[in-house]
Design a protein around this ligand. Structure first.
Ligand code: S3P
Length: 169
């Protein structure tokens, strides 16, 4: 039985910072789904959106995710939109431990507003807020653990997750 840990949350919530730190501490390998997709397709996310479409990206993301979780225990840094697909949500709810990294719009925006070239859906703060409003319930529904990241540093967040995880096992 695998014991995955899924890190979910909006772009800028810190998923790709927290996943490798957790991986280091727990000695469980981690993957970054976006990075893997970029390598497999030999194309960055912006170009996948441009050359294909968001819809195509979602299909590839979901296909890769649902296939990969059949493997042994892994920590997943997911893309912010992973919760948009129902099958993905079902997997997040049923398997392993899902951690939602929560942050306010201002925090998210401050962390990523220079990354518009890497993030096709990041156009402005209003749009970011719209995306969060559309997704927040999905994030909460899928999460076993919600971590408020606004005022915490990565080390504290990782220790908090590990403590919770240990208490549940
Ligand atoms: C997306 C978030 C991105 C990436 C793609 C779509 C989203 O990942 O998957 O640009 O819909 O929120 P990050 O959350 O790692 O930025």
């Amino acid at each position: 039985m695998n014991n995955h840990i899924f890190i979910i949350g909006m772009m800028g919530s810190g998923k790709s910072t927290i996943a490798p730190l957790l991986s280091d501490k727990l000695k469980i390998p981690y993957i970054d789904i976006d990075q893997d997709l970029e390598e497999i397709l030999n194309c960055n996310i912006v170009d996948i959106f441009k050359q294909h479409s968001e819809e195509r990206f979602r299909i590839l993301e979901s296909r890769y995710f649902l296939e990969h979780i059949k493997n042994s225990s892994t920590i997943y840094s997911t893309g912010g939109g992973i919760v948009l697909d129902k099958q993905n949500r079902n997997a997040l709810k049923k398997i392993g431990l899902t951690v939602f990294l929560k942050a306010s719009i201002q925090t998210l925006y401050n962390r990523i507003n220079n990354d518009t070239k890497k993030r096709p859906l990041l156009k402005n703060k209003l749009l970011l807020e719209k995306l969060l409003n559309q997704r927040i319930q999905y994030y909460i529904d899928c999460a076993d653990l919600v971590v408020d990241t606004d005022k915490q540093n990565p080390k504290k967040i990782v220790n908090y997750i590990i403590n919770k995880f240990n208490n549940e096992n």
